[in-house]
Design a protein around this ligand. Structure first.
Ligand SMILES: [Zn+2]
Length: 285
């Protein structure tokens, strides 16, 4: 069995604050990297104990170089490097193909706008107010599950705080979830330490693989054509996004793409987000 792991960071053990997840956080960030790597290793151990032979991890947070390679489980390979549109047209998912049997999402967080959501956002907190797919608000769990589904790969496990576990169950009713902390607000949570979350993550991964072998998981493959929309926080961001071929401006801050393939629709939105980061200089505003 071949396992694909998409790893974000906000949902890792103990992580609650931007200092825990951004380079400039110093020691707090380095601790966040250790926690994330520990969570990943724990689910890999659980998966391997139940018959997984190959593991590829795609980093999905910030500059996408957070996992400590020197501490990584020897069974895994790690895809590192930032999600410029040229590098990673599907943002957090790179290196996935139909040879994988199942996927885990580790360290995930709830979508933009989640009440009391811990570090909640979708793709880029500075840019994105909301993303919808087929008219329904989606976060990174649903977005990445749809991409995995397009390769025929089901998502078997989502890990993070309680809010993202609820979101994952609403989007993917069969999915196995494991909470490593209870969200109490934007940057506050009641946390277990790694000595407690490690064994829980390991057991959840073991169970997810067991349920996969029993045929519980189907790839998430909603019917097309796909209508994906993105609303930005500010008008200038939408101005930049509107330059991307395939994105139609449907409001002051809102853009839409329609395509028969979900990966193309989502990739077009991601390209727009990378353009939105290129705002004009202050003197041009
Ligand atoms: Zn992240």
């Amino acid at each position: 069995m071949k396992l694909y792991i998409c790893a974000d960071m906000e949902g890792a053990t103990g992580v609650v604050h931007r200092n825990d997840i951004l380079d400039e956080g110093g020691e707090a960030y380095r601790s966040g990297c250790r926690m994330l790597t520990g969570d990943i290793n724990a689910v890999i151990e659980g998966a391997i104990s139940n018959g997984v032979r190959e593991v590829v991890i795609s980093e999905g947070h910030s500059h996408m170089r957070n996992v400590l390679l020197e501490q990584l489980h020897p069974a895994a390979r790690l895809i590192r490097g930032p999600a410029s549109w040229e590098n990673k047209p599907l943002c957090q998912i790179q290196g996935l193909d139909s040879s994988f049997d199942l996927a885990f999402f580790v360290g995930f967080h709830s979508r933009a706008g989640t009440p009391k959501g811990l570090l909640a956002h979708t793709w880029a907190g500075a840019i994105v107010h909301e993303i919808t797919l087929q008219g329904k608000p989606v976060g990174e769990t649903a977005i990445n599950a749809a991409i995995c589904g397009s390769f025929g790969v089901p998502v078997a496990l989502v890990t993070g705080a309680e809010d993202v576990c609820r979101e994952a169950r609403a989007d993917l009713p069969e999915v196995e979830v494991i909470s490593v902390k209870k969200n109490l607000g934007w940057n506050i949570a009641e946390c277990w330490g790694p000595a407690a979350t490690g064994p829980r993550l390991r057991s959840a991964a073991e169970l997810a693989v067991q349920r996969f072998k029993q045929g519980h998981f189907e790839p998430w493959q909603p019917a097309g054509p796909f209508v994906a929309e993105l609303e930005t926080h500010r008008r200038e961001m939408a101005d930049k996004m509107a330059l991307v071929p395939g994105l139609e401006r449907i409001g002051e801050r809102r853009l839409r793409v329609v395509h028969g393939e979900v990966t193309v629709a989502l990739s077009t939105l991601w390209r727009g987000v990378t353009e939105a980061f290129k705002e004009p200089a202050d003197w041009l505003k």
